[in-house]
Design a binder for this molecule. Sequence first.
Ligand code: BG6
Length: 485
Amino acid sequence: MENSKNFKVNQPFIMVIFGATGDLAKNKLIPALFSMFKNGMLPDKFFIIGFSRRNLSDEHFRGYFTQESKDPGWEDFTKHLFYQDGSFEDDKGYLELSEKLKVIDSQIGACVTRFYYLATPPDYDEAILDSLVKTKLSEGCGYPSEDFGKGSWTRIVIEKPFGKDLETARSLDKKLGEIFDERQIFRVDHYLGKETVQNMLAFRFANGIFEPVWNKNFIDHVQITFAEKGGIGNRGRFFDGVGELRDIAQNHLMQLLAAVAMESPKSFTKEDLRDARAKVIASLRCDQKDSVVKGQYQGYLNEENVSSDSQTETFVAMKLFVDTPKFEGVPFYVRAGKDMPEHVIEISVVFIQTCHILFKEYGCPEIGNVITFRIQPDEGINLRFIAKTPGVKLGLDSVDMKFNYKESFGTRGLEAYEKILLDIFFGDQMLFSRSDELESSWRLITDILRNWEEEKTPIKTYTRGSWGVKEADALIEKDGRKWLI
Ligand code: BG6
């Protein structure tokens, strides 16, 4: 990609990936790093050290990423991959890692910039942080100086879910704050790095024509669908006990919702943007009763590493409100599920239907204007409006005006994890969650979790490859609306 070449990381770095044999490293992090390597965005000297429990040699670790191995350039890339085995709770692996880092420092002749990437389930995060402190790995190249960001630095990256509920998220955040300066902490929600999510802000705030109608006077409701085709595959160890509410709703859905409902930030700068997102999430309300449904796809209990009586939800749908003057009373229907009929992640802003005012007798389509942000696949934006059908008599139908990223720009842009990694290298925290955003979203999600527990809400099953439990349809249909997909 042409313009990404301007973003070459120009100093040597070490990236330690905790949980390096997990799904995230395999499917997202290593492919993103490899793509950056091929596009000339990485420096000549960089070291990626995988840290995991399995006993692997560097060679074995390199052979772990079979999907990339046929690509020319892969072999050169793998020269930058190393491995350290160790238990997350035991100092031994960390001390050995520390020795490896010292060897790299002495090869380069300086303390090398480093970051620790916790691609681990939330249960391990605190133990890893404790061990980093105990073995002094957290000190890295020293604490930030006045000219923070210049010279060598140490950063800590925490993948979502950040904690398992409000209490654990607070405790994790407290610990992080005790060890690192806020400018060293990167709380990842990779949906913030998606081109289309960033583009929503450009769409809303760079164009003068949409913002005047972006409020409760014109918007009837908003729908967000986060549907993934296929079940959890081999991710049972991570997913079981976590569930869709924590895996998707607490983070990705909240951020998508914030992009729709935020006020214009004071400026396009890190803290103003985070303030605007945080305000939306803090204003979210869910009237528990009849507003949340959950489900589990049939056959989930037979998935690998899933407990045979698991109550973990693979589908969740909610009706939420954003209690701000702009959106007061506008329902946000959101749903997320595994093993859905299609892979589609989409936001639809549905406007109040006015067609009937003049054209009542001419057969107004059920839905009038809808702006749809397609996050994936086929990233783009769609505007649905009503047009006269051809012919002598007046007839009306819905038509679409489409913008597709690939067609317009010849590229889909950067993969979310490439953007996320670049921002970590450059120290830009704008697309990373701040504590208050997480605190508010966990408050909402924890209330739902608590309610499920107190009410002993049973889990209902849905057919694989369907749109989830039928109660999700009822959730929106009882308000006289229906899901658009
Ligand atoms: C992750 C979730 O954060 O996002 C996964 O843990 C989900 O369950 C994934 O599949 C979806 O991300 P993407 O970028 O593939 O749409």
